[in-house]
Design a protein around this ligand. Structure first.
Ligand SMILES: *Cc1c(COP(=O)(O)O)cnc(C)c1O
Length: 404
C-alpha cells in the first residue's frame, strides 16, 4: 500500500536539494533559495498527474479537508453528509469549521450508499462528502446526480485513494474539490502533508490564503501582503514537499506493483467458496491498495481474523473493532467529548447524528476484512501469502458450514 516502503535514492536527492540551500520554507527567500521551489513544483506535478486545474499543498490531509471546507464556505449550522466508515479526520474537519457531520450508511462498496444519502438530505445540507476508502472509489455518478438535483456541493475525501479513477477521471477531480493525504502510510507520502485539488480558481485562491494566515501572495514582500480573509497556518515545508515530489514521480511504479500483487491475492481468494468481495464501482480505477472481502457471518469474520493471526499473516484489518475508522468505536464523537465548549446547538446536533443506529453498516462491516497489499512482495511471495490466506478462509467457512 504505502510509498514509504520504497523510500530511497530519489527521495534523498530531492530532500538534499533543499538541505543544500537551507531554505526550508515554501515562501519567500527568493535569492538564497537558488531556484529551489519544491512545494510549487509538487503542486504543478499534482495538477499534471491528476488532471486538476489547481492544487494547494497543506501540512496534512486533515488540514486539507479543513481548508477546503472553509474555502467552500461551509460553516455554522451547515450539515455535511459523510459515511460511517472513514478515518476520524473526515468528521474532525467538518467540526473544525463549526459544521455538523451527518453520518449515513455505507453499502457493499464500503463507501456512501446513495439511497442513504438522499434520505439524509435536509434544508441545512451544504455538502456531500464521499470518502474513497481503501484505495477504491465511491459511486460518483449517483452522488453527483443527487448533488446536482439538490444544489449541494460534492466534496471528495480522496486521502486514501491517490491515483484511483472513476470512469477515466482521477478521484478528487469529479466534485467541486477533493483532498489527498500524504501522511506516512498513504499511497504516496511526504511524511506529513496533504493537498486540495480543484478546477475552480476562486476555491483554489481561498485555499492558498487560508493555509497561510490569509496572505494574498500577490507581491514579492510577505510583510506587504494583504489579508482579504482570516486564515491559519497549514503550510507544508520544503523538506516535506521534496519527499512528495520524489514519490509522485514514482506513483506509476507504485501502482503497477500494487495492482500486480492485488491481482494475485484477489484471484486466489476468489476461488474460496462462500467468500464475497467489496463492490468496486469502476474496477479499472482501483489502486489495489487493499483486497476487501466479506465472510458469510460476523462469527466467521472473527474466526478468520484469529486464523490469520495464528498463521502469522499480518496486514489484515477488521475495521468493525477499529477505534479510528468506524462509527461503532467513535465514543468521543458520540459522547461529545470536546476539550473546549461548543455551541450548545452544534453539540446537540452532532451527538444526535452520531448516535443513530447504523444496522446496515454494521451488517456489512462486521463481516468485512481488508487485506493490505505490499509493494515489497515479489510475485512468488504474493502467491504464497494468497495461498495461506485461502487456506485459513476455506477452513473457517467449511468448519462453520459443518457446524450448521
Ligand atoms: C489519512 C486520512 C485523512 C487525513 O490525512 P492526514 O494526512 O493523516 O491528516 C483524511 N481522510 C481519510 C479517509 C484518511 O484516510
Amino acid at each position: 500500500m504505502p510509498g514509504y516502503e520504497l523510500f530511497g535514492a530519489q527521495e534523498r536527492k530531492e530532500v538534499n536539494d533543499v538541505l543544500e540551500t537551507g531554505i526550508l520554507m515554501r515562501y519567500g527567500f527568493d535569492g538564497p533559495r537558488k531556484g529551489i521551489w519544491k512545494a510549487k513544483e509538487l503542486e504543478q506535478e499534482i495538477c499534471r498527474t491528476f488532471g486538476a486545474g489547481y492544487a494547494q499543498l497543506t501540512s496534512s490531509g486533515t488540514a486539507a479537508l479543513t481548508t477546503v471546507m472553509a474555502a467552500l464556505g461551509i460553516g455554522a449550522g451547515d450539515e455535511v453528509i459523510m459515511p460511517t466508515f472513514t478515518f476520524v479526520a473526515s468528521f474532525e474537519a467538518v467540526l473544525s469549521v463549526g459544521a455538523i457531520p451527518v453520518l449515513v450508511d455505507i453499502d457493499e462498496t464500503l463507501t456512501l450508499d446513495p439511497k442513504a444519502v438522499e434520505a439524509a438530505i435536509t434544508n441545512r445540507t451544504k455538502a456531500i462528502m464521499p470518502v474513497h476508502m481503501c484505495g477504491s472509489m465511491s459511486q460518483m455518478d449517483e452522488l453527483k446526480a443527487i448533488c446536482d438535483a439538490h444544489h449541494i456541493l460534492l466534496l471528495e475525501d480522496a486521502c486514501q485513494a491517490i491515483g484511483a479513477s472513476y470512469k477515466g477521471k482521477s478521484v478528487g477531480t469529479i466534485g467541486v474539490a477533493g483532498t489527498f493525504s500524504f501522511d506516512f502510510v498513504k499511497i504516496i507520502t511526504c511524511a506529513e502533508g496533504g493537498a486540495v485539488i480543484t478546477n475552480d480558481e476562486e476555491i483554489y485562491k481561498k485555499c492558498d490564503q487560508y493555509t497561510d494566515h490569509g496572505h494574498d501572495h500577490a507581491g514579492k514582500d510577505r510583510g506587504a501582503d494583504l489579508h482579504p480573509y482570516l486564515g491559519y497556518n497549514f503550510r507544508i515545508s520544503e523538506l516535506h514537499a521534496a519527499v512528495g515530489l520524489a514519490q509522485i514521480r514514482r506513483l506509476d511504479e507504485f501502482l503497477q506493483l500494487q495492482k500486480r500483487n492485488h491481482s494475485i491475492i484477489a484471484n486466489t481468494l476468489k476461488k474460496v467458496d462462500g467468500l464475497t468481495f467489496r463492490v468496486i464501482p469502476d474496477p479499472a480505477g482501483d489502486t489495489g491498495s487493499f483486497v476487501s472481502f466479506f465472510l458469510p457471518t460476523e462469527d466467521m469474520a472473527r474466526d478468520a481474523v484469529a486464523g490469520f493471526a495464528a498463521a502469522g499473516i499480518g496486514g489484515n484489518f477488521y475495521w468493525y473493532d477499529n477505534n479510528w475508522h468506524y462509527i461503532r468505536k467513535w465514543h468521543h464523537l458520540q459522547n461529545g467529548s470536546w476539550m473546549h465548549r461548543l455551541h450548545d446547538e452544534q453539540k446537540k446536533q452532532v451527538m444526535h447524528y452520531s448516535n443513530q443506529a447504523f444496522a446496515v453498516s454494521d451488517a456489512i462491516m462486521s463481516r468485512c476484512i481488508s487485506s493490505s497489499i505490499s509493494l515489497l512482495w515479489d510475485e512468488a511471495q504474493a502467491q504464497e501469502r494468497a495461498d495461506k490466506m485461502a487456506e485459513v478462509l476455506t477452513s473457517v467457512i467449511t468448519k462453520n458450514l459443518v457446524k450448521g
